[in-house]
Design a protein around this ligand. Sequence first.
Ligand code: CA
Length: 139
Amino acid sequence: MKRILVVEDEASIRELVALNLKMTGWEVLEAPSAERALELIQKNPPCDVALLDIMLPEEDGFSILQKLRAAPATKRLPVIMLTAKGSEYDIVRGLDIGADDYVPKPFRMMELLSRIRALLRRSGADNDRQEEYRVGSLY
Ligand code: CA
């Protein structure tokens, strides 16, 4: 079963996304903060895709992404950034740091699901990556 991490501090959005992912047949890990997200990733390797909201309390989505990319275990973890609509700077910055994709908020659920599926397809054939997740560690 594919495991998706949803990092979003707004409970209503997080729960709605989680519900839709579960209905699609995926396992969902929910984190309202960067601290919890990094904790969950360490405890539940490997995650197959992470959805990162940018605006979070204390530590933002960019900071999480930088940590993921710096650690061998998660440097190739597929990441979709959830960005405020029309914020081109956020999109470019996210892609530059190493996000695989972005979805502007407010997002359409069907589009989000199909972008996740596309990322899973792209990463699915790469078995070495799975091995790397198992042996690597995050900080
Ligand atoms: Ca937020």
